[in-house]
Design a protein around this ligand. Structure first.
Ligand code: SF4
Length: 307
């Protein structure tokens, strides 16, 4: 039976500020689930800490609101335990690219079939708007006394260099594009990043308003082809990576592209590597006999611990 938007109604009413871009991302995620006819019971939305990380509370799927910067390892554990689940991470830029940066890079080396939808507003909004790792140098926002003294990282470049096999960018107020990119990311078999430039009208109103995004972002040129045609051809893979990096390095504040930068249907996922080593997911383990009695014998383990 198909689900409707109403089926995804939140467990609780969200407490985001009026006009917050998180609302657009939540709406896009719901529309993606309905559009793809995904089963909410076979879906898990994972988050870390931050305004955006409240999202699992506001959508009627399985969800985990975890620790600061730790959404990725939680999501990896869930996917390893049950590879049949659709696992999505909705977390912020501070959470993912700051304290979670080590996990962000390590995830690229594994290429697990999980999806990162990063709410990127340039500030730590839950803690009053300090500069996040994506706030450009010399940009002044409400929560810092002086213009930002640090330079910004480019999360899309970092993702491509780290091994992500699907890398895209959109904005929180462009629901149509968000749904398109979220759907492509979920259909992609492998690790996908969709960096979503997100409006924070409370702590970064000047640089994240719908007007600012309209004036400073534009779709990638129609001639730009991000898709690797022959997944086994490493020359082509590297050429597509270089083209994506060149495109990203050509950007400036007035020319920020949205769309898919890189897509490689690389069959070498972490799940496939486990399969090759005959390691099965715990979800497929037989843990009880037909009468419901545990078939796991821990006697030897207990004996080994006796002193
Ligand atoms: Fe949204 Fe910013 Fe308000 Fe947080 S502080 S809920 S990110 S508008």
């Amino acid at each position: 039976m198909s689900i409707s938007l109403k089926d995804l109604d939140p467990h609780e009413i969200n407490d985001w500020c009026p006009g917050c871009g998180d609302n657009g991302i939540l709406s896009a995620l719901k529309n993606t689930i309905v559009g793809m006819d995904l089963d909410p019971h076979n879906m898990v939305v994972v988050s870390g800490i931050g305004c955006s990380s409240k999202l699992p509370n506001f959508i009627n799927t399985n969800g985990v609101h975890t620790l600061h910067g730790r959404a990725i390892p939680f999501a990896e554990g869930i996917k390893l335990a049950n590879p049949d689940l659709t696992v999505v991470i909705d977390s912020g830029d501070g959470d993912t690219y700051g304290i979670g940066a080590g996990h962000f890079v390590s995830a690229g080396r594994r290429n697990m079939d999980i999806k990162l939808f990063v709410h990127d507003n340039g500030v730590y909004s839950l803690t009053k708007g300090q500069a996040s790792p994506t706030l450009p140098e010399n940009r002044k926002v409400k929560g810092i006394p002086e213009p930002n003294i640090n330079s910004a990282i480019n999360p899309l470049e970092l993702a491509i260099f780290s091994g992500y096999t699907f890398v895209a960018r959109t904005t929180s107020y462009n629901i149509k594009e968000e749904v398109d990119l979220m759907s492509k990311a979920i259909r992609h078999k492998g690790l996908a990043l969709v960096d979503i430039l997100q409006g924070c009208p409370t702590y970064n109103p000047e640089y994240t308003s719908p007007q600012w995004f309209t004036q400073h972002t534009k779709p990638l040129p129609s001639t730009f082809d991000p898709v690797v045609k022959d997944p086994a051809d490493m020359k082509e893979v590297n050429a597509k990576k270089r083209a994506a990096i060149d495109m990203l390095m050509s950007e400036d504040e007035n020319n920020i592209y949205t769309g898919v930068f890189f897509q490689w249907e690389n069959p070498d996922t972490f799940e496939k590597r486990l399969q090759d080593r005959h390691i099965t997911a715990p979800i497929h383990d037989q843990i009880a006999d037909n009468d419901g009695r545990s078939n796991i014998d821990i006697t030897k383990t207990i004996q080994s611990l006796l002193v």
